[in-house]
Design a protein around this ligand. Structure first.
Ligand code: MN
Length: 505
């Protein structure tokens, strides 16, 4: 089955020093760096391999390395660390050219000081405590937003902070040059799903390309019956289905239509090199059903998706699919749909008309066919399931006019308080943090969209790192959020972002 192209996986491990300490010390630094890369790669906690690069001791080396990183498609980012002291003016030329993200790892080869034997040789070899401060000044002086990870490199918590950044860097890499196809326009009159696609391409590196639904309809019509038969066989193996929906059943034709849609959409996405798509129930000209099951299965394979032409959520979902790759739990398009306003335990029921990704399902999804109240098309086949319980988050991307804002709300997914025998769509039921009223008011004050990328795998830390790499605003609603402080932060953010992005760069 087709899948979107994966981004590069390497992260370069770059150590800075200088020639003040003699050849022997530099050889030791390089050896320590190699041992650290080997150890980190063997930790089993990193989402991609670290690659050791030659020790950086001159401004020419540094500039050449940064230009090499820009031009190397395998490189998704760099880890920088100053084992000794590396005078930071040497880094200006390289860092001012560097287009790949970096994280500053503030660590030391030795965890413990050898109190009984420490001498000036040891002191001169292990200078990150001040060497990294010199580097940090330069990064801050150059106004480069970056993550700083602090602690011993063998501490699992430190490695996990590094891993979170690496996941963000991979999500970022997945957007560089990515193409998303928009079938039809945004839903008429809807505000938050629209935005400035020029600004988005400048900021995030992806393009959003419109194609008429008729082109998709032609790709769907070109799919042969034998292929449709084969795919329907796979459905019967993967999902619970009633007999009338199986091959030979009285209502099987509705399932066949989604299989044909899925195959046609896959062919279209593959031919165009697209990493995701949007559709719009208002314009399904030439299609028999709103894509339901088809969209759900494409999301499960890693494609980004946004309903009603929501291209920002589509791109965010694709980045988060890459960020969460290999972690337990899934990631899906989502919408805050309806509320359970029990004052003791208020809950949100999240769902959509059809398009929720089965990667978040608690059990085996059920393939069902039900009428759809809107759109005026045939009854669409869809997967019905309930999301697994546990910690998760909703992330939303808004175009604020002078900047993009990423809004994240941590939630606890719970079992629905009762069975939902009449609800014909996939759903997740959650309690938002810090509490229902604060989360909802905070979301609304922050201008949060009704569409989100929901994830049980991606963390707030990863999204914070992603926002830092992208140079966009991040607003979080978590256990520590207080509403009045949040409102004040939003006001202050207006000043910061107006100054830093004032001319729409
Ligand atoms: Mn919607």
């Amino acid at each position: 089955m087709s899948k979107p192209v994966l981004p590069p996986t390497e992260i370069w491990f770059v150590v800075g020093s200088q020639h003040l300490y003699g050849k022997e010390a530099l050889a030791q630094v390089a050896e320590n760096a190699r041992a650290m890369v080997a150890g980190l790669n063997a930790s089993g906690r990193l989402p991609a391999p670290l690659v050791a690069k030659p020790l950086m001791t001159t401004s020419d080396d540094i500039r050449a390395l940064c230009l090499q990183a820009n031009g190397d498609a395998r490189c998704a980012g760099l880890v920088l660390w100053m084992h000794t002291f590396s005078p930071a003016k040497m880094w200006i030329g390289g860092l001012s050219q560097l287009r790949k993200p970096f994280v500053h790892l503030h660590t030391q080869f030795n965890r413990d000081l050898p109190w009984g034997t420490i001498d000036m040789d040891f002191m001169n070899l292990n200078q990150a405590a001040h060497g990294d401060r010199e580097a940090g000044f330069m990064h801050t002086r150059m106004r480069i937003e970056r993550k700083v990870v602090v602690g011993h490199w063998q501490d699992p918590a430190v490695v996990d902070h590094l891993a979170a950044w690496m996941r963000a860097a991979r999500g970022w890499a997945a957007l560089q040059g990515a193409k998303f196809v928009r079938f039809a326009d945004n839903m008429r009159n809807v505000a938050v799903t629209d935005g400035d696609k020029v600004a988005a391409e400048m900021r995030f590196g992806y393009s959003v390309l419109a194609h008429g639904v008729g082109e998709l309809a032609a790709a769907v019509a070109a799919i042969g019956d034998a292929e449709v038969d084969r795919l329907c066989g796979a459905y019967e193996a993967d999902y619970s289905m009633s007999a009338d929906l199986r091959r030979g059943g009285a209502r099987h034709r509705f399932v066949r239509e989604q299989a044909r849609l899925e195959l046609g959409m896959r062919a279209f996405l593959t031919a165009g090199g697209f990493s995701g798509f949007t559709d719009n129930f208002e314009d399904l000209t030439g299609l028999a059903q709103l894509p339901g099951l088809a969209t759900q299965r494409l999301m499960a394979d890693g494609y980004g998706f946004g309903a009603e032409g929501d291209w920002k959520t589509c791109a965010l979902l694709r980045a988060m699919k890459v960020m969460g790759e290999g972690l337990p739990g899934g990631t899906s398009f989502m919408e805050d749909y309806t509320y359970h306003l029990d004052p003791v335990r208020p809950l949100v029921l999240g769902a959509h008309m059809l398009e929720v990704c089965p990667s978040i399902a608690a059990g085996r999804p059920s393939l069902e066919v039900h009428p759809l109240g809107i759109g005026g098309k045939d009854d669409p086949a869809r997967l019905v399931f309930t999301a697994a319980t546990g910690p998760a988050l909703n992330a939303s991307m808004m175009d604020m006019g002078n900047r993009f804002r990423l809004l994240v709300n941590e939630v606890d997914v719970v079992d629905p308080p009762a069975a939902l025998p009449q609800l014909p769509v996939a759903r997740a039921v959650w309690s938002p943090k810090p509490d229902f009223a604060t989360a909802c008011a905070g979301w609304i004050h922050a201008g949060g969209a009704h569409h989100t990328a929901f994830s049980q795998a991606v963390t707030t830390e990863q999204l914070r790192d992603f926002a830092t790499i992208a140079g966009i605003e991040l607003v979080t609603l978590d256990a520590g959020t207080r509403l009045e402080q949040l409102r004040q932060d939003l006001r202050m953010g207006e000043v910061y972002w107006a100054l830093s992005h004032g001319f729409g760069r």
